[in-house]
Unconditional design. Structure first.
Length: 230
């Protein structure tokens, strides 16, 4: 329900609620997709007009590598988890997985860090391993966000929610996120036309929940009116 509510908030968000990353212009009436890296990785799609939300388990889709470096990262994680989903790299625990993978692959000694510590060390530029892990996180987030855009035909925009991205707006904007979002071969131009934004409105989920409650109240009111007339 939480991520469904986030999806329902999308048409209610204003420019002040969003941090745009890259170009593109939303197609009126087209599907809008949202993904949220946090504790896990939620994925959903809002279909305007119908107010239908397509909930999914998209975070558990297999994560694809786009370079030899990522091949090595995913191979390392595959030996631990067997199946490497997007959530294994694009989430709080995913950032920790990436950090450990970089250490192992590069044969470097480094202290154990949790997601918050990795993020802070990367932002402070005090740990090159943390920065490498966060760079990988942003790039793989871009790849997966582009996949989500293609799967849902989300020409109404792709939105990044969750507990991580709003704290990293400028870092994500400077990262490979958008380049990787668009790097889809023959569909590069299709992706380039789709806007991507980070939701910075902290009450977005509440806005979606409120819209559900208001719609249910309206339905109940209409039902009562119909019953009274008959």
């Amino acid at each position: 329900m939480t991520f469904e509510a986030t999806a329902l908030s999308l048409p209610l968000l204003t420019a002040a609620d969003l941090y745009p990353v890259g170009g593109g212009e939303a197609a009126l009436g087209a599907p809008m997709a949202v993904l949220g890296p946090g504790t896990g990785l939620g994925v959903a799609c809002f279909v305007p007009g119908s107010h239908i939300v397509v909930a999914s388990e998209g975070g558990h889709a297999t994560m694809a590598a786009t370079s030899d470096r990522e091949d090595a990262i995913i191979d390392y994680l595959r030996r631990q988890f067997s199946h490497v989903s997007a959530e294994r790299v694009v989430s709080g625990s995913g950032l920790e997985n990436l950090y450990r993978a970089v250490i192992a692959i590069d044969g470097i000694e480094a202290p154990k860090r949790n997601a918050a510590e990795i993020t802070n060390a990367a932002l402070d530029d005090t740990c090159p391993i943390s920065r490498a892990a966060l760079d990988l996180f942003c790039a793989m987030l871009g790849t997966f966000a582009g996949n989500v855009a293609l799967m849902f035909g989300a020409r109404g925009g792709v939105f990044i929610a969750g507990g991580i991205a709003p704290r990293l707006t400028e870092y994500i904007a400077r990262s490979e996120f958008r380049a990787r979002f668009e790097r889809k071969g023959r569909f590069r131009q299709y992706l380039a036309s789709i806007p991507s934004s980070i939701i910075v409105q902290p009450a977005a989920t509440f806005m979606g929940l409120r819209s559900i409650a208001e719609r249910e109240d309206k339905t109940i009111s209409l039902d009562r009116t119909h019953a009274e007339r008959h």
